[in-house]
Design a protein around this ligand. Structure first.
Ligand SMILES: Nc1ncnc2c1ncn2[C@@H]1O[C@H](COP(=O)(O)OP(=O)(O)OP(=O)(O)O)[C@@H](O)[C@H]1O
Length: 317
């Protein structure tokens, strides 16, 4: 049996009567049991792509098949197989939190008792117990997104497509969501397509990464090989006391080139061979540099993202 879950061939999607090309020449296989991350700047065409993958939008050209079924012709089967977490809030906002989860479970074919049991599990797991009887329109944006995650997952569908699931969440909730994503994949074998700007956190979760820009899939590979494509030097990132950055920059510049990466943040790029030498120099001159803290940062998925043209949307923990 083939292990291809999604097969996308030469996909194009245009808006505004062909004037806006949102996806162009996209070819992609999503394999069973993988977590595939899709990265790219705002407006790159990621949401347009996933909306076509769940049948919410029809491709202008090209085909998308899910387990061999043409997605645009089998919407019922697609919705049974795929849990889709979209960026838009729930349509029926007069439902209570528990009703929204329970009803979704029932719509996915669960028995009443299974749906109730699962609803209680997710209310508890996602710490929604206290707001279970509140209407969706009366809870916060972040809480609505957590409920959205529960309604995506309930029913244990084999494929999950998650469009920015950690957006708007506090750090503790983000961690919970990453844990759940990993768990659905590891313990339940779910195939997961994840759209995210949260490159820093995604690096520890995804198996492969695709970078989308200007509607095209620029690159697609596992995290390790992708990281080999970027500058292999290590970064020494330093936090300098407020108001003292310029002096520290001048001093460091006498040793090696430094970059300003924030109001009071400096970065030095060094090879592995040079690392010991510069760390020693920095640590013996901490006071003169007014350096409060320094850390070594190896090449990361964020560098891959920047290398392929993303700018300024990365989020850090
Ligand atoms: N309904 C629409 N009509 C016209 N243009 C659209 C429509 N939806 C999206 N676009 C345009 O298509 C392009 C791709 O949008 P899309 O929402 O797919 O990007 P994205 O990568 O998901 O962005 P973000 O990261 O900001 O969510 C953008 O230029 C956007 O303005």
């Amino acid at each position: 049996m083939s292990n291809i879950v999604y097969e996308i061939i030469d996909l194009q999607k245009t808006y505004s009567k062909g004037k806006k090309v949102a996806n162009e020449g996209i070819n992609l296989h999503v394999f069973s049991g993988e977590i595939l991350g899709l990265l790219g700047p705002n407006g790159a065409g990621k949401s347009t792509l996933v909306k076509q993958m769940v049948g919410q939008l029809k491709p202008t050209k090209g085909t998308i098949s899910l387990y061999g079924l043409d997605v645009s012709k089998h919407s019922k089967q697609v919705s049974r197989l795929v849990g889709y977490y979209s960026q838009e809030p729930h349509a029926i906002s007069s439902l209570t939190v528990q009703e929204a989860i329970l009803i979704t479970g029932r719509l996915r074919g669960m028995s009443s008792s299974d749906a109730k049991r699962e609803t209680n599990y997710w209310l508890d797991r996602l710490e929604l117990g206290e707001i279970r009887t509140k209407q969706l329109k009366r809870i916060s944006g972040g809480q609505r997104r957590i409920v959205g995650l529960a309604t995506t997952i309930i029913g244990n569908q084999p494929v999950l497509i998650l469009d920015e699931p950690t957006n708007e969440l506090d750090p503790i909730k983000r961690k919970l969501v990453w844990d759940i994503i990993r768990e659905r994949n590891r313990d339940y074998g779910a195939t997961i397509l994840l759209v995210t700007h949260n490159v820093f956190e995604a690096e520890h979760v995804v198996d492969r990464v695709g970078v989308v820009k200007d509607g095209r899939l620029l690159v697609l590979d596992s995290v390790g090989p992708l990281k080999k494509l970027v500058d292999q030097r290590l970064k020494i990132d330093m936090s300098i006391q407020l108001g003292k950055r310029a002096a520290a920059e001048a001093m460091l510049n006498e040793w090696a080139a430094v970059e300003v990466i924030g109001e009071n943040q400096l970065r030095m790029l060094v090879t592995r061979e040079e690392l010991g030498h510069y760390l020693q120099k920095i640590s013996t001159n901490l006071e003169d540099l007014a350096c409060e803290e320094y850390r070594i940062v190896p090449p990361s998925l964020e560098d891959v993202y920047v290398h392929f043209g993303g700018k300024g949307e990365m989020k850090h923990a």
